[in-house]
Design a protein around this ligand. Structure first.
Ligand code: G3H
Ligand code: 13P
Ligand code: ZN
Length: 306
């Protein structure tokens, strides 16, 4: 059933597990994720970025997610990284149960002002809002460690921001980055900073850039021609530590993309006589489903649907 994102997340923080928030762009991904959630008895957030909406069209995406939500599994429908108000409006008009406003590239003053505006718009429709404070950056975005640290979330500032905006959940920067190349040197999350944030911010905390770049999936992709070099993700033990400290929503896109394209490469290599795209896409969907199930176990959301 389609449920409010807020309730899913408040319960998750209280019970110390995290709801997987998985990015989708097409039918196969939606089917893979819902099938994983059914198998694992896990609640799930299905989210679409502005890019996904550009690619597939919001009406197709919203309609497909609604169909996925028809069963017993609690499903929330979320706009990921809404940067333009136009997308926030579109998501709310299409019945999304929550939106993220990503004002991380704005000045603090503008982030605060626009987030407040988004909260008003969303709450009027019964939807909730994820805000972001700090910058979840890529490894190339900052030159030095000092510069990177300066962009991590400041606990006191986060508490003030959450209070002033009235947002329902908060995305924080504690050292993760989007994409497959997250760390140049040692893999490291600032769990101590997260602890300090979670002490002051009682809202569900959101972890972006949380993919692990799973070795076995990477190996399948590379065996079939992918060149992924030094791609490296967040360690499972750091994910577990983050959940313990109050992270209640974890965003995964890269690991699902990696699985999907590894399956595609494998199918193209192994099935040279097949021209039916449904058959060629089957390994992709299955591998994506497998990865989604592994995340649900790791996040402790498996078995939460009775
Ligand atoms: O955080 C960003 C997500 O991975 C979505 O990526 O904008 O390429 O759809 P995208
Ligand atoms: P990954 O790139 O680590 O999967 O992060 C996805 C994300 O944060 C989507 O908002
Ligand atoms: Zn993100």
């Amino acid at each position: 059933m389609l449920v409010t994102t807020k309730k899913l997340l408040v319960v998750a923080r209280e019970k110390k597990y995290a709801v997987p928030a998985m990015n989708v762009n097409n039918l196969e991904a939606i089917k893979a994720i819902i099938s994983a959630a059914e198998k694992m008895r896990s609640p799930v957030i299905i989210q679409t970025s502005e890019g996904a909406i550009e690619y597939a069209g919001i009406e197709y995406l919203a309609a497909m997610i609604r169909v996925a939500a028809k069963g017993k599994i609690p499903v929330a429908m979320h706009l990921d990284h809404g940067k333009k108000l136009e997308y926030v409006r579109m998501a709310l008009a299409n019945g999304y149960t929550s939106v993220m406003f990503d004002g991380s590239a704005l000045s603090e003053k503008d982030n605060l002002r626009i987030t407040k505006q988004v909260v008003k718009m969303a709450h009027a429709k019964g939807a909730s809002v994820e805000a972001e404070i700090g910058a979840i950056a890529g490894i190339e975005d900052f030159v030095s460690v000092e510069e990177k640290d300066a962009h991590l979330t400041n606990p006191e500032q986060a508490a003030q921001f959450a209070k002033e905006t009235g947002c329902d959940s908060l995305a924080v920067a504690i050292g993760t980055a989007h994409g497959a190349y997250k760390f140049k040197g040692k893999t490291h999350l600032d769990i101590d900073r997260l602890k300090r944030i979670a002490k002051l911010v009682k809202l569900p905390i959101v972890l972006h850039g949380a993919s692990g770049v799973m070795e076995d999936v990477k190996a399948i992709a590379e065996h079939h021609g992918a060149k992924l070099g030094s791609a490296r993700g967040v360690l499972d033990q750091d994910i577990v530590a983050a959940i313990k400290q109050g992270v209640a929503k974890i965003n995964i896109d890269t690991d699902l993309r990696l699985a999907f394209t590894a399956g595609m490469r494998e199918a193209v290599d192994d099935l040279p006589t097949v021209i039916d795209p449904r058959k060629l896409l089957e390994p992709s969907t299955l591998l994506m489903r497998e990865v989604a199930m592994r995340k649900m176990k790791l996040f402790g959301s498996a078995g939460r649907v009775k």
